[in-house]
Design a protein around this ligand. Structure first.
Ligand SMILES: [Zn+2]
Length: 419
């Protein structure tokens, strides 16, 4: 019996499914179907395969004329799943970026009131409506570059009321049609807020506030709890306390781990069974083994290395240790101001020694693993959301090769054109 559908995407030169095992005609590690077609119903993929086999599999006659889309002989890929961003904030740090590149030291920039606390000040001062407008415009830019799922972190509020406002904004954006899927993460432990700095008592009081007031207040609203576990941010002991409390309250866990030095955060991610451990620039071999054994996805963020002019994350070591790898932008105003996953793929291939197949898989299915959403997004196969990007040419191998420009012509979320 042919499958019912309400949407067809036809005349695809190369359909990159990321599902070589479950799609007819899908070949190679990316599961590419040449001269492919895709059918969807109610926003979900019902069939993918060679266009020549479509009519036998799908009740094509039942699809209304306006539900049939001609891809024009272009390539189609799963929508990017950006599993690490900080996209809701106010203010701008362009001046700081250029001062840093002109050689002004981090200490001097901090003395001038720049750095993360300037974003905290601007974000606290912004209304929910202002933050929503900023967040929406950024999400539209993510969409225009082919991203269909965006994780977003709080962490520029750093008090109960301001952190709640950031979650309110993400919830409002998550329920607005025509935007990417939004996955909220609570990152109250991003940095110590300015009013709590300068004494061990203030610091301890903030960790108490995160554990006893914020985490209970936001349980069920944020999918993840994340902690910036790094020298200068939160210690392993503080991170363990916060994340253990979060786990008791039903949050899934993430960590910013081993970005700027061997922080111990990577081992903690394995110990606590985090869904992902992010950055990992300084993770040891033993820590990477522990992550792999615990099934933790490693999320690599090359935009930070590019922005800060520091070495790139050790992608090949993650593969050698058997880890699942995700690529993400870390979109944020201080260390990676890009919403473009195509740029991250270009950096992964040209600066991190990843193949295009590895980079494209990490930017889609890897991101889905890093969000615990692998049954929903990340590949184009029956049952998953019909989230995809139509490229502006016939071959996905233009990615990384033709860099610094936008190769996405259209983006679909749940079977509908959104960007
Ligand atoms: Zn981050």
């Amino acid at each position: 019996m042919p499958l019912a559908a309400d949407r067809l995407l036809l005349n695809i030169s190369r359909l990159v499914t990321l599902a070589p095992g479950s799609v007819m005609g899908a070949a190679g590690p990316l599961g590419v179907v040449e001269r492919g077609a895709l059918a969807a119903r109610g926003g979900r993929v019902v069939w993918a395969g060679p266009e020549a086999a479509l009519a036998d599999a799908v009740d094509v006659a039942s699809v209304p004329a306006d539900g049939r889309v001609d891809a024009g002989g272009r390539a189609v890929i799963p929508g990017f799943v950006d599993a690490h961003t900080h996209f809701v904030f106010a203010g701008d740090r362009a001046e700081e970026f250029h001062l840093r590149h002109a050689g002004v030291s981090y200490e001097e920039l901090a003395r001038q009131g720049r750095g993360i606390l300037s974003t905290v000040r601007a974000t606290r001062a912004a209304s929910a409506a202002e933050l929503r407008g900023l967040g929406e415009a950024r999400l539209r830019s993510f969409l225009a570059h082919g991203t269909t799922t965006v994780e977003g972190k709080t962490g520029y509020g750093l008090d109960l009321e301001s952190e709640a406002r950031l979650l309110d904004v993400m919830e409002s954006l998550a329920t607005t049609p025509g935007l990417p899927r939004v996955v909220p993460t609570f990152l109250g432990a991003h940095t110590i807020p300015p009013e709590r700095r300068g004494s061990p008592e203030g610091r301890a009081a903030y960790v108490d506030e995160v554990c006893e007031r914020m985490l209970p207040a936001f349980a069920g609203r944020a999918r993840f709890c994340d902690v910036f576990c790094e020298a200068g941010a939160f210690t392993v002991e503080e991170s363990r306390r916060i994340l253990t409390r979060a786990r008791e309250l039903g949050y899934l866990l993430k960590l910013h781990a081993s970005q700027l030095g061997p922080s111990g955060g990577t081992a903690l991610a394995a110990e606590l069974g985090a869904t992902s451990a992010d950055h990992l620039d300084y993770a040891s071999d033993a820590e990477l083994d522990a992550l792999a054994a615990a099934g933790v996805t490693g999320a690599l963020l090359p935009g930070c290395s590019f922005t800060l002019s520091i070495p790139y994350p050790p992608a090949r070591r993650l593969y050698d240790h058997g880890l699942r790898v995700a690529l993400a932008t870390d979109f944020n105003p201080g260390t990676s101001y890009s919403e473009n996953m195509q740029m991250m793929i270009a950096l992964a291939v040209s600066a991190m020694g990843m193949t295009l197949a590895e980079a494209l898989a990490a930017a889609t299915l890897g991101g889905a693993h890093a969000l615990g959403l692998v049954d929903e997004v990340g590949s184009l196969e029956p049952g998953k959301s019909c989230d995809l990007a139509i490229l502006n040419g016939p071959d996905e191998r233009a990615l990384a090769y033709h860099f610094g420009v936008n190769l996405v012509a259209q983006t679909w979320v749940a079977g509908q054109r959104a960007g």
